[in-house]
Design a protein around this ligand. Sequence first.
Ligand SMILES: Cc1cc2nc3c(=O)[nH]c(=O)nc-3n(C[C@H](O)[C@H](O)[C@H](O)COP(=O)(O)O)c2cc1C
Ligand SMILES: O=C(O)C(=O)c1ccccc1
Length: 392
Amino acid sequence: MSEAEPPRDWAAFQYEIYLNGMTGAVPRLPTDLTLLEEVTEQRLGTGPVGYVAGSAGNGRTAHANRAALDRLRIVPRVLRDISKRDLSVEVLGARLPAPFALAPVGVLSIMHPGAEPAAARAAAAQGVPFILSSASSTPMEKVAEAMGDSERWFQLYWPKDRDVTLSFLSRAKKCGFSALFVTLDTPLLAWRPRDLDQAYLPFLHGVGTANYFTDPAFQAGLAKPVHEDLNAAVLHWVQMFSDPSKTWPDLAFLRENWDGPIVLKGIQHPDDARRAADFGVDGIVVSNHGGRQVNGAIGSADALPGVVEAVGDRLTVLFDSGIRTGDDIFKALALGARAVLLGRPYAYGLGLDGQAGVEHVIRCLLAEFDLTLALSGHSTPGELTPDALAPI
Ligand SMILES: Cc1cc2nc3c(=O)[nH]c(=O)nc-3n(C[C@H](O)[C@H](O)[C@H](O)COP(=O)(O)O)c2cc1C
Ligand SMILES: O=C(O)C(=O)c1ccccc1
């Protein structure tokens, strides 16, 4: 979106739905997005749904993410002119039409055959950025092709193999991914009972490994081509997918080899946020991976104020983990996040109705956010401060 473009009227989706209702049409999916998980559970297979909906351990962190947001309360203000609103924000040098992006979610083909290209097309159609996972089921070149020149960012699972890392960075650059999101909370896969009980892990069947299997540097480490020995390729992937021995000084390698913005994803502690700022990264995502990694961890929205206080004036603070409704976005922004990322709900939208389902999720969420903003007396995200919330 260029500066000259008028602000987008997100709340117009509300009128559109009622207007369509005059001909008897109702939305294909619920407009209360918290219902999507249950609908998806009913319609999709237990393996895929368990993988997406599941969390680490007995789900305490996923629960804490919701509890942290639910505990906050908005205090509405009245008699302020809220007739003209502009939800756009500047993030990593790009003007976004709303403080929102789709989070990197791996293996989307288990939800829908359209997989990442369908989700990316939905993001492009709505003008919001799409963050492509390293563990996508579609090679990054195909996803980029589906997006035209829409804003896209690449999420790096930082491989053990230096040449594969360099190859990913150069492919991503060539494909027009403008920022690099380095995920730091997944050096190992957590204890995930829903997947363990079903012995379900798509990667072991070569699903979610497309970026690796199509990569010349990855292929160079194989004795036979992937299609001739899938098991060997999968085993190679398992041992090079991540490097749990990495530490802060290793980040210099990424800085040297990526000339765009770098964002560290998975920060919860103010001291880690300070280290990120000292190192000079452009942003961080306050995230606990949607509660999928450390069971018993702090709710992400409970971690946010301390991180904002530590580094809010030094880099861009983004937020995810638990966002489900428009007021959740309001709360995260009031606590100091510049924008939020959305994970599971768009994966459910994709599973239920492909690209249209993802667009439905984006439009519902941002219409609800716009109305929440307006009805509590604000016209832009920049006006939100902790004052908009009841003291906690
Ligand atoms: C099925 C699934 C796969 C995910 N895959 C990735 C991934 O490949 N890379 C990554 O950085 N985060 C991944 N995440 C985490 C999301 O980017 C995001 O942090 C999280 O989903 C936010 O929480 P929410 O689902 O409550 O919105 C994944 C999350 C889910 C649910
Ligand atoms: O499932 C996840 O949360 C995830 O981020 C992931 C993606 C690919 C491989 C391993 C973990």
